[in-house]
Structure formats: C-alpha cells, structure tokens
Design a binder for this molecule. Structure first.
Ligand SMILES: C[S@@+](CC[C@H](N)C(=O)[O-])C[C@H]1O[C@@H](n2cnc3c(N)ncnc32)[C@H](O)[C@@H]1O
Length: 420
C-alpha cells in the first residue's frame, strides 16, 4: 500500500488525536505549541514501513523535542536545532536520560539539603528579579538552585533544571494565560502559597522513571542557533528524514517562545546549558527578535514565491514587510532542508496558518509551491483540527476585534525526487 493509502486508511479524524495529551516523558516540561507525540510516532512508523532504510531524523525547529524523542523510539538517530537554549536543554534531557539507580540516591541527597534549615545558600539575582518573583520565592528558588549546583554529574543537574522549569513558571509573577511576560494582579501574587519545594521534589521523583537510561557514550546531536545558519554546515544529501513544525509567523506577533523561556533561563546555571551566542539572552525579547521573521538584514532573494506575491497584494501595505521577511527567512530554512535531505527521502511539515489583516497567510500553499519548484512532489497532506487548549484560540487583534485563527493545521509529506 502506498503511503497516502496508509494515511487515508486511518480514517478522517484519526489524525486529530482528539483527547490525546502529552504523557510520561513529554510532561517533564511544558513548552508552547508542542506537537502531539502519538501523531509524530505514528507518522514516523508509517514512513519507516514504506522505507525501512532510513536511519536518522532531523528536526530543525525541535522545540521541546517531541518529534526527536518519537523518532528515537522508532530507532532513528535524532538530530536537532533550535534557537532557544531552553528548548535545547529540555530536549537534551529527554534524549540523554538519567542513570536511574543513581538518580534515586541523588534525589534523596537533594531532598535532605532542601529540608535542612541550616543549609547555606546564596541568593540568586538577575535584572528585575523582584518584578518577576516574590521575595520569599526568590529565597526558596535560590536554595534549590544551590542544591542543584552541588550535584556532581552534569546530566543530573540538567535533569534537575528541567524539572524546575514548570515550577519557576508557576510561582512567577507572570500570567499563565499568555506566553508573553505580563505581570499578574497584586492580589493574585500575594495569594500564591509557597509549595515550591514540595512541587520540585515531586517532579524530580516522578520524571526520571520516564527518561531513557543514561549512557555516557551516547551522542546527543543538538545545536543551539539559527537553523538557516547551522544547516549550512551539513553536507548535501546526508539526512534520511526531516520532520518539523516551524513557527507560523514571527515570534513577536505570534508565539513568543523566547519570552516564555527567559525567566527559567535566567535561573539555570549557564554552565549547564549548551553553547550559544550570549546575545541571544541579552534581554527578554532577544530570542524572539532573532527567530524567523525577526530583526536584521536579509539578502536579496533569487526565488520569488508566486503564492506570497499574490497574498501580499491582498493585504494593506503596512502589513506586508513583516510577512515578507518571515517568509524569506522561512524559505531559506526550507532551501537548506531540501539540500541536506537525501534523494527519494521525505520531509514532513506540520504547518499552522495565521491571519494578518484578517486574511489567512497561505503558508502551506507557499511551502508546497516552493518544494514543487525545487524538485519535490507532494505525496500526501493531512488537514487536522487542533485541540484548542494547546494554543491561545485568539491570537491577534484586527481593528480591536479578536480574530480566531489556528483552528486547523496541515501536515505536508513531500518527497525529494530522484532526478533533481
Ligand atoms: C512550533 S515550535 C516547535 C515545537 C516542537 N515541535 C515541540 O513539539 O515542542 C517552533 C520552534 O522554532 C524555534 N525557532 C524559531 N526560529 C528559529 C530559527 N531561526 N532557527 C531555529 N529555531 C527557530 C522556536 O524556538 C521554537 O522552539
């Protein structure tokens, strides 16, 4: 049976994965706009059944690593890139795992330190910390921070930092209704109860069981930075399968992955994070402004997207530049993805479409048109309804009215032709 038939045989609403939520390893830390793990697993399995020769999988916007983890479960070697150092750390921990026997002892040691009133720790600080955390919470988090720093193995410290992320979010002064940093009402801040240590201990005693067993010789191939640059270091025709869900617009006006991540980043010990350009964490917006469609000069494009030109004509002049810049950056990554993929192999893209000026940006048409122009064929496409709780339902404002968007997303499966 061809891939398209296998996909269709699953039934119309199968790919919605309604009522399926992240569980086990994927709950270790929240992240905006995550993929449905079961869907990624199923897609990879289907593709492997079509082409058992594939050995590796690349996700150039790996986020919290859903696809790479599911790729590894399907016996593929995972490779990933993300501009966000926090996404890198979460994914790294999910892939590298922990030594479970050792974790039990280390967890007990941390617990003893945290329950010891005489444990000496120093107070952590960063710019505006008291705006984002209550003074008593700063002390509790500082105690946890020093207890984590006492752990001798880096992979264990990394595990602890990742377990702390959700708790750092929960006890911050930011609203949980948005990914942006917006201060809560004073009343709500004052009403928060300090269960930080209990929450943290629960987290570290739960999640290690879901992680793979640590093996020091295992290579975890993840890089932090702009995909459009990092992919340039990879050779032509080297990757067996690319599966990703790119951002669907510039971060600042769609999903602010960077702002969402910045407070935990400022708490985590820098030496336990991967290598990255420090300017990425200069301020609360620097990851977002460096992401696709962000600030910076762009080279003149050789490729002209007809779908994009037609779309730009349909929206007001002042809205065009932002969309155009985003699509230029986006297509640059698509170009590199197409280059590094081996012939006859597949790219699977899950795409959301936002509205600008109340008109849907046709990202899936732009993508399909591009890949067909450069020697790919569309093998299958799936339209799926997105469970609303994973995204704010209303994401942008048009003339002061909220606009609904992102109720559906599209999965495109593209195959690189043999004869390019
Ligand atoms: C839709 S999310 C991926 C979510 C992921 N599939 C998951 O399940 O967690 C898109 C990711 O693209 C990253 N990103 C944005 N611009 C980037 C760029 N130029 N290079 C690399 N990553 C980028 C963001 O940091 C974000 O993590």
């Amino acid at each position: 049976m061809a891939l398209i038939e296998k996909i269709n045989a699953k039934g119309l609403n199968y790919w919605d994965f309604k009522n399926v939520t992240a569980s086990g390893i994927h709950k270790i830390s929240a992240y905006p706009a995550t993929m449905v793990p079961d869907m990624q697993y199923e897609l990879i399995k289907l593709i492997k059944s079509e082409d058992p020769s594939i050995k590796n999988i690349l996700d150039p916007f790996h986020g919290s690593g859903t696809t790479l983890v599911e790729g590894e479960k399907n016996d593929l070697f995972p490779m990933g890139i993300d501009i966000n150092p926090l996404a890198n750390l979460i994914t790294k921990v999910k892939l590298q795992g922990v030594n479970k026997k050792y974790a039990k002892t280390a967890n007990k040691r941390i617990e003893r330190l945290l329950l010891d009133n005489d444990f000496y720790f120093y107070k952590h600080d960063f710019y505006n910390i008291e705006k984002w955390y209550r003074k008593d919470f700063i002390l509790t988090f500082s105690k946890i921070r020093c207890a984590i720093q006492k752990e001798k193995y880096r992979y264990m410290r990394q595990y602890y930092w990742v377990c702390l992320i959700n708790i750092l979010k929960k006890y911050s002064n930011t609203r949980s209704s948005t990914f942006k940093l917006h201060i809560k009402e004073q009343r709500a801040i004052a009403a928060m109860r300090n269960n930080i240590i209990t929450d943290f201990l629960k987290s570290i005693n739960t999640y290690f069981e879901y992680l793979p067993e640590y093996n020091r010789s295992k290579v975890v191939n993840l890089q932090i930075g702009k995909s459009e640059k990092i992919l340039l270091q990879m050779g032509n025709d080297t990757v067996d399968l690319i599966i990703t869900s790119p951002p669907y617009g510039d971060n600042s006006t769609t999903v602010t992955y960077g702002q969402y991540s910045m407070l935990p980043i400022y708490w985590i010990d820098r030496k336990d994070m991967g290598n990255f350009d420090e300017s990425l964490i200069d301020n609360y917006s620097s990851i977002d402004s460096n992401s696709l469609g962000g600030v910076g000069k762009r080279n003149k494009q050789n490729y002209q997207s007809r779908c994009l030109s037609e779309y730009l004509e349909s929206i007001s002049q002042d809205k065009r530049k932002k969309v155009e810049n985003f699509v230029i950056d986006y297509l640059e990554v698509m170009k590199q993805m197409g280059r590094v993929l081996k012939k006859n192999k597949r790219i699977v893209l899950t795409l959301g479409e936002r509205r600008v000026d109340n008109k849907i940006v046709p990202l899936s048409d732009i993508t399909q048109e591009y890949f067909e122009d450069v020697g790919f064929e569309l093998e299958a496409s799936i339209t799926r309804n997105i469970p609303m709780k994973r995204m704010p339902r209303r994401v942008s404002k048009v003339r002061n009215c909220s606009v609904e968007s992102m109720n559906q997303e599209y999965v495109l499966i593209l195959r690189k032709k043999e004869e390019i």
